[in-house]
Design a protein around this ligand. Structure first.
Ligand code: CUA
Length: 341
């Protein structure tokens, strides 16, 4: 391949890469109604502010050139002379009017964006409570029918086109819920309830990230939002409502015994088993999630081994202790966790 061909290939790959990143976690992802409104508002601000900036710089350059020419001609002009010049006066009036109109247009655009977002929030069809913890996200799907409400962690599923209200709480310090592809940031404040409504525009997988420094593992406090078709969402919901499947192999049974009867069950709950701790993430369908430890590692058997064996080396300071499991115990625990689909 010629160097030109290679260069074209590199540019193409970079563009493709940029598109991927843009879809996954980007304020330009344009995957939610709110994000689209933000982008529109951003566009208006950009155009008006750029126009003003260009005008200011153009006048500045014109002024410098004029001064220089005046200097060349050895003409001394006074400020008074400038101000009283009729053209100057008209210019000043036009400029003041432009600034006023520009600011007014920005205020109006902000107002209408804010109104339409509040309007979307008023038509919620689904309610989810997300509670921030150092450093993971507790997720509770609310329903007036208790048999339909479910608890999970670090991963959300929402149906496309449906306004979903996310109620935000915190158990310790201030965190911030941020899925740039879908909507703007909203803080989770201890002792106070905040909320954000998202209306996803297209199916996809989007990364969210805690956006408020909340301790040493702030950067490892991420989550995944899966925007599903309505049918897929209902399927997911029905599946998550089910209790954890019973272990079928001897090694998984040994893991079940360890997890539900020893330390793990003091912090984690697994529906349908004696494990009922509320301090750590719910593990009922752990293996169906995309990540481990709030977006720190992709879900895989190898990463489960690493995480369970020594969480403190992967996420120092995490509340999950390193338990020094015997190799047999570790094999069993991971074998059981992998069944929690
Ligand atoms: Cu939670 Cu940063």
């Amino acid at each position: 391949m010629s160097w030109r061909g290679r260069a074209a290939m590199v540019v193409l790959l970079m563009l493709l890469g940029a598109c991927q990143v843009q879809n996954y976690q980007s304020a330009f992802g344009d995957a939610g109604v709110e994000d689209r409104q933000f982008l529109f508002l951003f566009g208006i601000f950009l155009v008006i502010c750029t126009a003003m900036y260009v005008l200011v710089i153009a006048f500045l350059i014109a002024g410098i050139l004029r001064r220089r020419r005046a200097g060349d001609a050895n003409v001394v002009e006074t400020g008074r002379h400038h101000d009283s010049h009729p053209l100057m006066r008209t210019g000043l009036i036009v400029w003041s009017a432009l600034v006023g109109i520009g600011l007014f247009a920005l205020a109006v655009a902000s107002f209408f964006t804010d109104r339409s977002m509040a309007n979307a929030a008023a038509h919620e069809k689904l309610s989810v409570t997300v509670t921030g913890n150092q450093w993971w996200w507790d997720v509770q799907y609310n329903s007036s029918d208790p048999s339909k409400s479910l608890r999970t962690a670090n991963e959300l599923h929402v149906p496309v086109g449906v306004p979903t209200r996310i109620i935000l709480r915190s158990n310790d310090v201030i965190h911030s819920f941020w899925v740039p592809s879908l909507t703007g940031k909203q803080d989770l404040i201890p002792g106070r309830e905040t909320d954000v409504t998202i209306v996803p525009r297209r199916v996809g997988i989007f990364r969210g990230q805690c956006a408020e420094f909340c301790g040493t593992q702030h950067a490892h406090m991420a989550f995944v939002v899966n925007v599903d078709s309505y049918r897929d969402f209902l399927k997911w919901w029905q599946h998550q409502l089910q209790s954890a499947p019973a272990p079928t192999t001897p090694i998984a049974r040994a893991g079940y015994n360890y997890v539900t009867q020893r330390q793990c069950s003091m912090c984690h709950s697994i529906a349908g088993t004696p494990a009922g701790g509320r301090v750590g993430p719910d593990l009922t369908h752990l293996a169906s999630r995309r990540t481990i430890a709030a977006g720190t590692l992709p879900m895989s058997a190898g990463n489960l081994y690493g995480w369970v064996a020594d969480p403190q080396s992967i996420k120092p300071g995490t509340k999950m202790p390193t338990m020094n499991l015997e190799p047999q115990e570790l094999h069993a625990v991971v074998a059981y966790l992998e069944t929690l689909k």
